[in-house]
Structures are given as structure tokens and as C-alpha cells.
Write a protein that binds this ligand. Structure first.
Ligand code: CS2
Length: 482
């Protein structure tokens, strides 16, 4: 390296600079100028860029129709980072083998609140065949009972102002309304978040929302709408400066927002997509009529145990998943939960050996190449725990099995909330204010503390919160975590 190149600032990743990336970096294997938008994605956070955008990046090498218009529903951060990079970003796969890939599938980034008409135009375009979503659990605006939460402030707003929506459901409905009026077929809506029966729940919420505006529209969506259920999986820790530096060193190009993930990635989609949908199977997506089996197994084994490690791990002073799973007590808890408590509630999809699957998940948690912060997984506990733990727990109760271990993540979450609140740290959760209040007020007395948490609106279904066996088990676990 010459003295001048050592001191000159690095080139920023962009359409003109990327061909000059350090050899070995995987580059788009297609002409980006020929890519058309066929997919609108709502919520282009790290997971979307690690996962669905990676599959479309491979698909574009075979078929240029499936470029992505990424729509941020709230903040301009992704657009501000990616626009100067012509939508390009680096995906670092950090595992036994490390690879760096420049992903080119996002060809447009819109910030919905700044420009709703452009979002509607994309949604209503005949060429748009797929709308995918990663808006996290809370983005589905569902009630604890699972239907559309009509009291949610964004839903209330969107029903009053359907042409200026804020919520994902509001956008999906307005886009569908325009297609309905134009005599177009609906786009397929592919929910890619960790919710049990994600597509079904979304469809029910969309139909309920549309029904408040126009009964014909609701009937059309009910009849013609395609909302496959999916399972998505790839461990994607948040981006940090260490990753930015690593990506710069490996590619020779500066990237304002690279993404990191493990090598493992899986996307299972219910096999109901229309014939003119992209050929996802050709890039490794599993299309199946048994998505439920895959989705339950992943949500309960991986995410359920992730949340357990997050809360119990933080209480034991750990920072990352790797540290937590290296703690023998937590490793034993994780394995016992999987083998003794969760697997008995699952029905294995054809070809999946649940015991081997659980072991493979534990091995992924032991990946030393990534620092996956427990604090990141701990976010939004009020939204995640119902899907990750309460389903397993309710079924165990119904079957008369022990729930002794299954209540540990719940009790650990309560202790975590109290710890954060009492030290004045923010709790990242849609119920954050309420949780902070509760956490400050708890006294350590298991009976009163647990009863205050179980009374939280929208987290614990009423019947469960009233079940004496459940209440006693949570109290015991809570007392033991003192
Ligand atoms: C994690 C998930 O942050 C979390 O809550 O449990 O993001 C998890 O890493 C992914 O679902 C893995 O596919």
C-alpha cells in the first residue's frame, strides 16, 4: 500500500464503487440496471436485509423482476444510510466460515410518513406481486386474544385517516383497496415475523380493518387474499462499529450500515403462493403444506430458549448469548427446557428430527464468531413471551405436565424488568412506561409482585393469569430468582 492510499479516505460502497471490492467479496451476479421492482417490503430492518433480501439477491440472478422497494414505516435511518450507497449493503456471514457479500436486491428505499403516495403507487403497481413484512411482533397491532387491536392508537388513527396510515395493516389495506378499485389481483402478503400463524393473524387483522371501511373490499380480501404463514430463521445481531470496521477491512469499501448474521438461514413458506409469484423454491426456500410444524418448532425451541437465556442470562451478569450458553447452569436449563418441556408439545414436520434440531440450535448459540447481545433479545418481552413461552406453557398445563421450568423465563423477565427499572434504565418495550412503573414499585414479595405483572393488559390471557397452578409456579420461580 502506498503512503497516499493509506491516508486517503476509503471509498463508500455504491453502484460505481462495488466492482472494485477486494477480490473474494461476493458481488451481485446480475445487471442492477435491469432489475424491476416486484416486491414491496415493509420494515427493512436488519433481519430483512439478512434474510429475505438475501434470497431475492440470489433470485435476481435468474429473474430480474424481483427487486425490492423497501419501505420504512417510521424512521429515515435505513434510507439515509442506503441511498448514498444506491441501496447496496454488505452482508457479513460470521461463522466457522466467514463470507462478505454485497447485496443488490434493494433498489429503492421509501420512508412512508414522508411520502405515502409513492408507497401507494408501488403497492398498486401491477408488477408488484409480493408484499413482505418484518415489522416485529408489535407491528401487527394485535390484541392479546390475537385479533386486530381496535384500541391501538395507530389503528384508531388509520381507521379515521385510511389514506394516511401509520400501521403496517393500514398500508396493506390501502394498497389492496387501490388494486381492488383498479380491477387488479391482490398481491400476496408474506408476514416474516416470529408470530405463531403469522399469515393467518395478519389476514384476519387486515380483513377486520378493511371491514370497518368497506364491506366489499373486506369480502374480496377474504376471498382472494393470499397470506401464507411462514417460518423465518437466521440469527442476526444488531450492527455495531466493530462490524463496520471489519466490513471495511474485508471489502475495502465503507458501508454505513452493513448487516451481520450466522451462516445458517431458513425460510419456510406455506405452499399457497399464486402461480405468478417469484420462484422462491429455486433459491432454497421450503414451500410446504406443513408450515405450522416448522414454525412452532422454531418459535418454541429457538426463540423460547433465546428469551430464556436473555432474561436469566442478564440476571446472572452475562452480556451475550455465547456467554450465557457457556454458563453450565443455563446450558442445562436450555437443554432441559427443549427436551423435556418443549419437544413434547411439538409435532415434527416430515423429515425433521426434533432432538437433532434442538441440538443444532444449541450449537448455533455457541457460535463464537458473533456477539449477540442478550439485551437485544430482551427487547419487547411483553410482545415476544406470549408467542415464545405461553403457548407451550398452556399446552403443558392442559396435558397435566409440569410447568416448573417453563415459568422460569417469565419470572426472570419480571426480575429483569425490576432490575432495569430500579436502576433507572430504559425498558425497550411498547409497554415500557407501564413496565418501568411496575418495576420500580415491586417490593420483592413474590405474591404481590407476580400478581401485579400477571394483571398486565395484553400480555397474559385472562384464563391463564387466573389459573392457581400457574400463579403458584410463577411465584415459586420468582422467589427462587431473588
Ligand atoms: C431473537 C430473534 O431478538 C430476538 O428476539 O430471538 O431475533 C432470533 O435471533 C431470530 O428469530 C432467529 O431466527
Amino acid at each position: 500500500m502506498t503512503a497516499s492510499s493509506a491516508s486517503s479516505p476509503a471509498l463508500r460502497l455504491s453502484a460505481t464503487s462495488y466492482p472494485g471490492a477486494i477480490p473474494g467479496v461476493v458481488l451481485p451476479a446480475y445487471d442492477r440496471d435491469k432489475v424491476q421492482v416486484g416486491v414491496v417490503h415493509l420494515g427493512p430492518g436488519a433481519f430483512h436485509r439478512a434474510h429475505q433480501a438475501f434470497y431475492f439477491d440470489q433470485l435476481l440472478a435468474k429473474d430480474p423482476r424481483w427487486g425490492i422497494c423497501a419501505v420504512s414505516l417510521k424512521s429515515p435511518g435505513v434510507r439515509d444510510a442506503l441511498e448514498p450507497q444506491d441501496g447496496l449493503y454488505t452482508l457479513a456471514q460470521l461463522d466457522a466460515e466467514t463470507t462478505f457479500r454485497v447485496v443488490g436486491s434493494i433498489v429503492e428505499v421509501l420512508v412512508a410518513p414522508e411520502d405515502p403516495p409513492s408507497v401507494f403507487a408501488r403497492l398498486a403497481a401491477p408488477t408488484t406481486r409480493l408484499v413482505t413484512l418484518t415489522v416485529t411482533e408489535k407491528g401487527y397491532t394485535l390484541s392479546a386474544e390475537g385479533g386486530l387491536d381496535e384500541t391501538h392508537p395507530d389503528v384508531v388513527h388509520d381507521l379515521a385517516n385510511p389514506r394516511e396510515p401509520r400501521s403496517a395493516v393500514g398500508y396493506v389495506v390501502e394498497g389492496l383497496r387501490r388494486r381492488f378499485l383498479a380491477g387488479l389481483s391482490p398481491y400476496a402478503v408474506v408476514a416474516c415475523d416470529n408470530l405463531a400463524d403469522n399469515g393467518w393473524r395478519l389476514k384476519a387483522a387486515v380483513v377486520a380493518f378493511a371491514g370497518k371501511l368497506d364491506a366489499d373490499l373486506a369480502a374480496w380480501i377474504e376471498r382472494e387474499g393470499c397470506f401464507p404463514r411462514t417460518m423465518v430463521d437466521s440469527i442476526t445481531p444488531a450492527t455495531d462499529d466493530a462490524l463496520r470496521a471489519r466490513v471495511l477491512a474485508a471489502t475495502g469499501l465503507e458501508d454505513a450500515w452493513p448487516i451481520q448474521r450466522e451462516a445458517f438461514t431458513q425460510w419456510v413458506v406455506e405452499d399457497v403462493l399464486p402461480a405468478d409469484a417469484p420462484d422462491l423454491a429455486s433459491v432454497g426456500v421450503t414451500l410446504t403444506d406443513d408450515v405450522r410444524g416448522f414454525e412452532r418448532a422454531k418459535l418454541r425451541l429457538l426463540n423460547g430458549v433465546h428469551s430464556t437465556l436473555a432474561y436469566a442470562g442478564i440476571l446472572r451478569g452475562h452480556e451475550t448469548v455465547f456467554e450465557a450458553i457457556s454458563d453450565p447452569a443455563l446450558a442445562a436449563l436450555a437443554r432441559d427446557l427443549m427436551v423435556q418441556d418443549i419437544i413434547p408439545t411439538l409435532t415434527a414436520p416430515r423429515g425433521l428430527d426434533l432432538a437433532a434440531y434442538a441440538e443444532a440450535i444449541l450449537a448455533r448459540f455457541r457460535n463464537p464468531e458473533i456477539r449477540h447481545y442478550l439485551a437485544q433479545i430482551a427487547w419487547d418481552g411483553s410482545q415476544k413471551l406470549p408467542f415464545r413461552i405461553l403457548g407451550t406453557l398452556t399446552e403443558a398445563l392442559e396435558a397435566g405436565r409440569s410447568i416448573e421450568r417453563l415459568v422460569i423465563p417469565l419470572a426472570a423477565w419480571m426480575r429483569f424488568v425490576a432490575l432495569r427499572a430500579k436502576s433507572g434504565e430504559a425498558i425497550t418495550d411498547p409497554l415500557g412506561d407501564k413496565l418501568a412503573e411496575l418495576g420500580v414499585a415491586v417490593t420483592g414479595d413474590a405474591r404481590t409482585d407476580v400478581s401485579a405483572f400477571l394483571a398486565l393488559e395484553g400480555v397474559f390471557p385472562h384464563a391463564l393469569a387466573q389459573n392457581p397452578l400457574f400463579v403458584a409456579a410463577v411465584e415459586k420461580a420468582y422467589a427462587e430468582l431473588a
